[in-house]
Design a binder for this molecule. Structure first.
Ligand SMILES: CC(C)(COP(=O)(O)OP(=O)(O)OC[C@H]1O[C@@H](n2cnc3c(N)ncnc32)[C@H](O)[C@@H]1OP(=O)(O)O)[C@@H](O)C(=O)NCCC(=O)NCCS
Length: 250
């Protein structure tokens, strides 16, 4: 799924956005953040936060007990490493009073061409990774998004995460909005992204994403009895939603 690579003509690494958080620091000032390309020196730190944070906090991974199955974690981490090597992912950083830079969140982007192999299940070996990839492939395949939206390329977010101590300050909103900057620089007009958690869907709606198709967690079990996320009914996340934004409209 990842044969596309970033053109060498596009400046790298580039800072795409700088902004202030909604919260106020202990010294009464607004904290400053910036969003830039993910450089090689941040890739393993992102993988660390995926394993210790993203896979624990995101409902579809939490309720499928994804991290209990080492093969499944290895399958997805292998995929994320390949995606990160496309060099279109974004990281949000901040600096503390002593000038120490730290990771705040990230938005892992993949660029997909309409002819790329999108069969996730066939590259998974783990029991849980096959199940989760099955649900994701199901929703991606309900419609041919490339024909439906009349596009050749799609830039898709494949992992939006903000560290707990920085949440509800507008970081995810800025990370998703920054997707527009890099997409436009690459000449890509549309982002189609699968948002699986209520939090991610709320942010996506505020940025201007609209549904293409969706599937509730109840319906997944009707599609395939193996497509189960036991306990997810107690979560505010009720469905996976495949959503899109057309940057020329926003
Ligand atoms: C979902 C997540 C990325 C949101 O990050 P965040 O930086 O706290 O989000 P923001 O502060 O940018 O929120 C933007 C808007 O969405 C709303 N929102 C964010 N998280 C929400 C949640 N869990 N429930 C409802 N609304 C939420 C905010 O209230 C805010 O609305 P406002 O503009 O009216 O203030 C973060 O909670 C996270 O990393 N969760 C775990 C991983 C995950 O679920 N990723 C998304 C997978 S689809």
């Amino acid at each position: 799924m990842t044969t596309w690579t970033r053109p060498t003509t596009l400046e790298f690494p580039k800072v795409w956005v700088t902004f202030e958080g909604k919260g106020v620091t202990s010294s009464g000032t607004k904290q400053k953040f910036w969003i830039q390309d993910v450089t090689d020196d941040y890739k393993e730190e992102i993988i660390h936060y995926i394993i210790t944070g993203y896979l624990k906090d995101t409902p579809i991974y939490r309720y499928s007990k994804f991290t209990d199955d080492p093969q499944s974690v290895e399958d997805y981490v292998t995929m994320w490493r390949k995606i990160l090597d496309q060099n279109v992912s974004l990281i949000c950083l901040t600096q503390d009073g002593r000038g120490q830079t730290s990771v705040v969140g990230f938005n892992i982007y993949a660029v997909l061409h309409k002819n790329a192999n999108r069969n996730l299940v066939e590259i998974m070996k783990g029991r849980v990774s096959k199940m989760v990839a099955g649900t994701q492939s199901h929703i991606w395949n309900i419609k041919d998004i490339f024909t439906e939206l009349n596009i050749d390329f799609n830039i898709t977010s494949w992992g939006l995460y903000v560290l707990p101590e920085f949440r509800l300050q507008g970081i995810a909103y800025e990370l998703l909005k920054a997707g527009r900057e890099i997409a436009v620089a690459l000449g890509i007009n549309v982002s189609v992204t699968l948002f699986t958690s209520f939090g991610g869907q709320s942010v996506a709606e505020r940025v201007g994403f609209r549904d293409i198709t969706k599937c509730s967690f109840e319906d997944f079990e009707r599609v395939n009895p193996l497509f189960k996320f036991p306990g997810i009914e107690a979560d505010s996340s009720k469905a996976m939603r495949l959503m899109y934004i057309r940057y020329s409209d926003s």
